[in-house]
Design a protein. Structure first.
Length: 455
């Protein structure tokens, strides 16, 4: 498996090899092969790759990478070089490789062959058996199951296999650097796919032991079954109760995910999408699709993307059956998403904090929709304290005149717990000259304040 950041069409030389255990001749799975300036791995890393289920790896080296290995290289490299490579298991260095490439023009593909590696005792091979069944407990054949190693901020495919007629597949992998006879020192997850569409994902597995057995349930009809989002919504339906998805805390998400046996990050995306879609023409499904496409589900993160990014996220989600196609059809959703996201930017609902005004109540400020849109776009791009942000907004000539009304309305919204009619009453009082700032409320007639609070 490759792990190289070269553009697909960039000039490169592909090195292909295989790592085998020198004592058993079995493939070494899930190890990392690093090409670097030094063979102990301490030099600058140029490229890296991971061994697959057959112990094979593929490294793509650019022309610049090759020149690094060549003393006095010319503009067009020619081969006579030892490529310094090392083998790692997690953070543990295992071995060095130094294949010598023959002199001559740079080839596009070099088969290095097999490397016999002396495996330290800490590197052990384990098995995991996955059983894939339908909701009716019938075995499902032909499902690809990928075994992922999951660490904080990093996911790595260790190996994969396809279920047999009994719906079973056995996956072999190497343990982590602190593996023992009883503990594989891996945090694992299984991802099941059919026709390149993900259909199920297991929870992250902790304290994994050798020969562990995992059961995965997939839709009855893999071709026409529920989408990922529909399965997620169906699984959690009986566990959320009257709370409402948008009100779930991080602790709630973890608890619901555990009870419903769903993938917590997907549930967290659904919660965030539900919050951001409230009261807008952009649907929960569409925002969920953007989150699954890698977009940050924040106002700033989404405003930073363009129309093509929105369409790409939706198109990919429809193709992979992550979300259902809306009643109006896929084409209509793709054609209208850019304009609907523009409308969403000014009306998106976010939790009120000192650094985030309530955009929906800003409609009551009397400021034009275009100015509110410009304000929202400028605001989410700012950092610093509340005072610093308002000062920055006030320095914008296009927004300066609108700041008093916007600031008063945002403050009133937070003061009154976002109660719309009460906010409108205070805005009307300001328009009538009864108050100019929120501080003036302290001098207002008691009856006026009670009337405002009642809305």
């Amino acid at each position: 498996m490759t792990d190289n950041a070269l553009p697909e069409n960039a000039p490169s030389t592909v090195l292909i090899g295989r790592l085998l255990d020198d004592s058993t001749s079995q493939p070494l799975v899930g190890l990392t092969v690093v090409a670097s300036e030094r063979d102990d791995g301490d030099g600058r890393v140029l490229r890296r790759a991971h061994t697959d289920a057959q112990g094979c790896f593929t490294l793509r080296l650019s022309d610049d990478d090759l020149r690094t290995f060549m003393a006095g290289a010319s503009a067009q490299p020619s081969f006579h070089v030892d490529v310094t490579m090392s083998v790692w298991n997690g953070e543990e260095w295992i071995a060095k490789l130094a294949p010598r490439l023959a002199t001559g023009p740079v080839p596009e593909r070099v088969v290095l062959g097999d490397f016999l590696i002396t495996v330290p005792s800490a590197v052990r091979t384990y098995a995991l058996r996955a059983s894939v069944v339908s909701a009716e407990a019938r075995p499902v054949a032909g499902v690809e199951v990928v075994l992922m190693s999951v660490e904080l901020g990093q996911r790595q495919a260790l190996t994969s296999g396809t279920t047999n007629d009994d719906g079973e597949v056995e996956l072999s992998y190497t343990g982590g650097p602190n593996a023992s006879e009883r503990d594989t020192d891996r945090r694992l997850q299984l991802v099941a796919s059919y026709d390149d569409n993900e259909i199920a994902r297991s929870p992250v597995l902790f304290d994994v032991h050798d020969d562990q057995r995992i059961r995965m349930v997939v839709p009855e009809d893999l071709g026409e079954g529920l989408t990922e989002l529909e399965r997620l919504q169906a699984a959690i339906a009986g566990h959320v109760g009257q709370i409402g998805l948008e009100n779930l805390t991080l602790e709630d998400v973890e608890l619901v995910a555990q009870r419903a046996d769903v993938y917590p990050p997907h549930l967290a995306l659904l919660v965030r999408a539900t919050t951001l879609a409230s009261g807008t023409s952009v649907t929960v499904d569409e925002l969920y699709a953007m989150g699954r496409h890698g977009m940050p589900l924040t106002i700033a993160g989404l405003l930073a993307r363009d129309a093509e990014a929105y369409r790409s996220a939706l198109g990919r989600a429809f193709a992979r059956r992550l979300i259902p196609v809306p009643a109006g059809g896929e084409a209509a959703a793709l054609d209208s998403i850019a304009s609907r996201m523009a409308d969403w930017a000014g009306a998106a609902t976010v939790n009120p904090t000192l650094a985030a005004p309530r955009w929906t109540n800003l409609e009551r400020s009397g400021v034009s929709a275009a100015t509110r849109q410009a304000f929202a776009t400028a605001w989410v791009g700012l950092t610093g304290t509340l005072t610093e942000r308002w000062t920055a907004i006030r320095s914008d000539p296009a927004l300066e005149a609108a700041v008093p009304a916007l600031q008063f309305t945002a403050g009133a919204s937070m003061l009154l717990g976002e109660h719309g009619p009460a906010v409108q009453a205070l805005v009307d009082a300001r328009t009538a000259g009864q108050v100019s700032t929120l501080r003036d409320l302290a001098a207002c007639d008691h009856a006026l304040r009670r009337s405002n609070a009642r809305g």
